[in-house]
Write a protein that binds this ligand. Structure first.
Ligand SMILES: [Fe+2]
Length: 301
């Protein structure tokens, strides 16, 4: 499934060709995965379920079993309950089947994509309640860690909470906000919000701190680190503060931000961010391990 992106980058100077060229450059010679040759204008492809091998289904089962065993006491209740009803433990799932369940529950659907897609395309999908899921699965040697999102991260990590009505509305709102941020030079800030919530967010529950971010819930190591380690900071969520904060892409996070509920996340990210973006553009970004004088480190769960 390794695509030779260099072939595609000789295409005419279309928006898609420019995106593929940027991927090829980022991936240092075309090692970034994903076959974009059959992608449509929205970067959607057909999920070829018959092409997955028995070894790939076996790898999925191992990934699923390892991760599912880590969820009790670490993942929020909604994630655990929704994952169970998806019945996706036995092999790489058929997106169409899950999409039908999801559509009935919250009006979202899944679309298959070759891998990373441009920001604008990603936001357009979310704004239309479509969640892009990468079609390819990691290799066995990447069992514990993978740089790019694969089908396990996208499906296992992200899809269960799309069954939650409030979270589902929030993600659509985020997509609409992303399209707006592109016009306001706010993408850097909105990307930090996504990172510290949708990917690495923690939530306070009656039973204690739990993970709801997909990057945590699909990780064999950070799902424990984020809750129990004394090293990272755990700070009450504040949208403006989060959008000012740098994040780590090559190690565990140094700070996590804690919401009280998905309703809070939805409400706190609903306002027009135009004045906030303007203010953030005048402020220096905060290092990932910052604790402000006004903040309290909540400590481990
Ligand atoms: Fe993700």
């Amino acid at each position: 499934m390794n695509a030779d992106l260099t072939d595609l980058t000789h295409a005419p100077d279309t928006e898609q060709a420019r995106f593929l060229k940027s991927l090829a450059e980022k991936s240092d010679g075309g090692s970034l995965r994903g076959d974009y040759t059959h992608a449509d204008a929205d970067y959607v492809v057909r999920q070829d379920c018959a092409a997955y091998t028995p070894a790939q289904h076996a790898l999925w089962r191992d990934l699923y079993a390892r991760q599912a065993a880590l969820l009790p006491g670490r993942a929020c209740d909604a994630f655990i309950a929704n994952l169970a009803q998806m019945e996706a433990a036995d092999g790489i799932p058929d997106f169409a089947r899950t999409s039908a369940l999801l559509s009935a529950a919250t009006g979202w659907t899944l679309v298959a994509v070759p891998g990373l897609v441009p920001d604008k395309t990603f936001f357009e999908h979310l704004a239309a309640r479509r969640f892009p899921v990468t079609v390819w699965l990691r290799e066995p040697h990447e069992f514990d860690y993978i740089v790019e999102p694969d089908v396990f991260h996208d499906f296992f990590g992200h899809v269960p909470l799309l069954f939650d009505p409030v979270f589902a509305d929030h993600l659509q709102q985020y997509g609409k906000g992303g399209l707006k941020a592109m016009r306001l030079n706010g993408l850097t800030y909105l990307a930090r919000l996504y990172w510290y919530t949708i990917e690495f967010g923690l939530i306070e529950t009656a039973e204690g701190l739990r993970a709801y971010g997909a990057g945590l819930l699909s990780s064999g190591g950070e799902i424990e680190q984020c809750l129990r380690s004394a090293i990272p900071r755990r700070i009450a969520f504040n949208a403006g503060r989060v959008m000012r904060t740098l994040y780590k892409i090559d190690s565990y996070q140094e700070s996590y931000f804690v919401i009280r509920s998905f309703e809070q996340l939805f409400a706190d990210t609903a306002p027009d961010f135009t004045p906030l973006y303007a203010r953030l553009q005048t402020q220096a970004a905060l290092p990932a391990n910052t604790l402000l004088d006004t903040e309290v480190d909540r400590g481990p769960a």
